[in-house]
Write a protein that binds this ligand. Sequence first.
Ligand code: NAP
Ligand code: MG
Length: 337
Amino acid sequence: MVKMYYDKNADIKLLKGKKIVILGYGSQGHAQALNLRDSGLKVSVVEKKGTRGFNLAITHGWKEGENLFTSVPETVRGADWIQFLLPDELQAIIWKNDVAPNIKKGVVLGFSHGFNIRYGQIVPPKEADVVLIAPKGPGHLVRRTYEEGKGTPALVAVEQDYSKKALKLGLAYCRGIGATRAGVLQTTFKEETETDLFGEQNVLCGGVVDLVKAGYETLVEAGYQPEVAYFECLHELKLIVDLVQEGGIGWMNYSISDTAEYGEYTRGPRLVTEQTKLQMKKNLEEVQSGQFAKEYLLENLVGRPVFNSARKAMSEHSIEIVGERLRSMMPWLRKKE
Ligand code: NAP
Ligand code: MG
């Protein structure tokens, strides 16, 4: 049985009065910074002046020059903990130019995704702890669940243990962001990075999106109304996924009709075949070998031509146009921020 850590396993006093620097005030940055601050820790945020994140930080009560800064080199000087919540593709260059020359011995370098350590883009000096705190949920949920007195589960991992208490420090940080309220699981940078990339490529983001799109297109091409196809293939997905998450596949099957359950057993495997799994294995091998990481880093170096074309095509797909119209008629759905 895997070990889970909770509040009782985490001593937040280890971080009391320590200088914690959060790099980036985006999805994870704002959530982790606010939760740590509300947990009574001393937090400094770094964001670029005038950006959306910077302005958001001001509205969240961060004060420029006091706990909100624009210069990475000046802010990380003397820091006890530096948390990298910048986009993955920018972390290595900021590390090299702005962070590495200004850190002190014994600093904790914290990440929320293992990418840059796993693929050797950031190679920290021996005199640092290297810790992963990866919340298993998007930033706004990390914040919302904390405010509700709950928490978002997280993974913790230690790549380098210079202080000989890196895991304890990691758990203290987890407590600060509320993760130990929900449960924290120990992993390695390698396991987190590879499973995270695999999951988002094949099941959660890739996988689901293509399945939804293909289902929608099949119905629309057969002459059914796009609105009906949207409800069937996209809107209802959440209702089903919620049941699966709450009580497993059996609980979902109990809630749906036997007709639906029979269709699931007999038609589903026709779609996700041995062939599909073979492709998943190839995708996994590209993650393990670093092939995917290289492709993504090069894509960013040349200005994201594939990324930008795909994003544009997706935004013009009829499922997005129809969806936007339908959602505007469903005011009870949370509006996107
Ligand atoms: P994000 O939303 O894109 O936020 C990154 C922030 O960093 C942005 O506000 C960006 O500002 C800012 N930034 C960029 N360059 C900067 C600079 N030179 N100095 C200061 N700030 C700068 O990123 P994210 O999704 O939170 O991801 C952060 C990390 O968390 C990644 O390692 C990611 O893999 C991990 N993670 C994310 C999630 C999630 O829910 N999103 C979940 C688990 C783990 P501008 O946008 O204005 O340039
Ligand atoms: Mg993930």
